[in-house]
Design a protein around this ligand. Structure first.
Ligand code: NAP
Ligand code: MG
Length: 473
């Protein structure tokens, strides 16, 4: 059992002022792997005070000092590789190889990218009669979800460090251990006292307190749209700047000149990634009606290439994170059946031989109408809705007929059509065919998928306030 009951405040591991604890489960075994402290408002206040004390000196550090700091973090992070992979595998239930390829690497890349982006970042510019300088925003409060325990935390921390903003992190209480390893990494790398603080606890207590704390200047949140709305309301009382990275219901448009096997493989691998617990998941797959028979055949052919099973084995997909998430996915599968979508494969219950652990059957619905619940609400599991379309205009209209706007995908050959479709989807990040991720480019959502941008220089910008000085020679 892991007994990590302390918070990291002002450069030291300190006891919680409260007695309550939160159990952390391994979703593959359903067994408790450890406890964390359910932090109190008093704990949070101490962390915010430490960050506030660190602000004057940290915000005055030079670009070079912060680049060097980020580079030391990269080195310290790499030294903890095995521990990070173990923690993600255990607390998230992610297959070991994916914990390395996806989670370990994504956590690392944002620190590297922040150091790189800082090198030519414009902190000061001259215009006609003015000098514009960008100051650190002050103290930042960071609230992160469980689905990418390294990535979601490191994006925010890297941006805040690069901008000279001291911070308090509240990681998701279902995946706290990865974040606690990060705190140890920062300690090793010599992050100055008070610059990084971590308080564990529930969203209700610590998350709420961060959102309304008078001494926090910015809240950066990644999580559900419902909680994002709550945070925005609370943050309004102290006029905080907010960055919200929220949910999605992203479309993947298959063009009529696409290779059917290639397109179905992209669709299946996308929905199986991280057990479908991905904000940018391509959950609505829009397919030309005349491709229906061949596309369905190729989807079924592709599925076995992404096996579900014990994360300690060589599989692609593990269990869902928790029983309540499993229940929610079951609810949506039932909803799809009730609303008359065609269940191509999968369905209710657990896959054979995986009765222990929060495993679900990869599920594909076809003949889905875009106004069905399964096509409008975020399911957060390996559930795909295939929608058939008759014209490209109709496909684009369906793609945009959602309250979300986080990501979009287009698969096909004709460059002009690919470009037209990519530009027509109202979302923050569009992938054309197997376009590789670019960590220097902005990430964030249109519409209800969020406010603000993260990654690279856009991510640094979030933690800064532009100041105009007029009349200086
Ligand atoms: P969540 O329930 O919204 O929780 C996210 C974080 O917020 C957790 O740390 C949670 O704490 C905390 N929280 C809960 N209630 C709060 C409140 N009232 N005030 C402040 N904080 C509160 O989301 P989740 O289920 O962990 O994550 C899944 C969601 O995140 C999905 O909707 C997904 O699309 C979205 N997501 C978006 C992105 C993106 O970049 N756009 C990336 C990944 C995930 P506890 O759980 O510890 O209580
Ligand atoms: Mg928006």
């Amino acid at each position: 059992m892991k007994q990590y009951l302390k918070h990291y405040i002002n450069g030291a591991w300190v006891e919680s002022t409260g007695q309550n604890t939160i159990e952390v489960l391994n979703p593959a075994t359903e067994k408790t792997i450890g406890l964390i402290s359910a932090g109190t408002e008093e704990d949070l206040n101490k962390a915010v005070a430490a960050a506030r004390r660190a602000f004057p000196s940290f915000s005055e550090t030079t670009r070079e000092e912060r680049i060097a700091l980020l580079e030391r973090i990269v080195t310290a992070y790499e030294q903890r590789k095995a521990d990070i992979i173990d923690a993600v595998t255990e607390e998230l239930g992610c297959p070991r190889s994916r914990s390395e390829q996806v989670h370990y690497n994504m956590g690392l890349v944002h620190f590297k990218q922040a150091a790189e982006s800082l090198k030519d970042f414009t902190f000061e510019e001259k215009r006609e009669n003015s000098t514009i300088v960008k100051d650190s925003i002050g103290v930042s409060g960071l609230i992160t979800p469980w689905n990418f325990p390294t990535n979601q935390t490191s994006i925010k921390i890297a941006g805040a460090l690069a901008a000279g903003s001291p911070m308090v992190l509240k990681p998701a209480s279902m995946t706290p251990y990865t974040a606690m390893i990060l705190a140890e990494i920062f300690d090793t790398a010599g992050v100055p006292k008070g610059v990084f603080n971590l308080v564990n606890g529930s969203g209700k207590t610590i998350g709420n307190a961060i959102s309304s704390h008078p001494d926090i200047d910015l809240v950066s949140f990644t999580g559900s749209t419902a909680v994002g709305e709550q945070i925005m309301k609370r943050a309004a009382t102290t006029i905080k700047k907010i960055t919200l990275e929220l949910g999605g219901k992203s479309p993947l448009i298959v063009l009529d000149d696409a290779d059917v096997q290639e397109a179905s493989d992209i669709a299946v691998s996308n929905i199986m990634n991280n057990t479908g617990q991905v904000c940018t998941a391509a959950t609505r797959v829009l397919v030309p009606r005349q491709m229906k028979a061949s596309f369905e055949k190729e989807l079924l052919n592709a599925l076995p290439n992404y096996p579900v099973g014990d994360p300690q084995n060589d599989v692609f997909t593990g269990p869902l994170i928790a029983e309540k998430i499993w229940d929610r996915v079951q609810y949506y599968i039932q909803k799809g059946i009730d609303e008359g979508a065609n269940l191509l494969t999968g369905g209710l219950g657990k896959p054979d031989g995986l009765e222990t652990g929060f495993y679900v059957k990869p599920t594909i619905f076809t003949d889905v109408q875009n106004d069905m619940t399964i096509a409008q609400e975020e399911i957060f599991g390996p559930v795909m809705s295939v929608i058939y379309y008759d014209s490209l205009e109709e496909a684009i209209k369906i793609a945009n007929d959602t309250t979300y706007g986080l990501a979009g995908y287009v698969v096909g050959k004709d460059e002009a059509t690919l470009s037209h479709v990519a530009r027509s989807i109202r979302a923050g990040r569009i992938h054309v065919n197997r376009g590789k991720s670019d960590y220097s480019a902005p990430f964030g959502g249109f519409k209800h998928s969020g406010i603000g941008r993260e990654w690279g220089d856009y991510g640094i910008e979030e933690y800064l306030e532009p100041k105009t000085i007029v009349g200086l020679e």
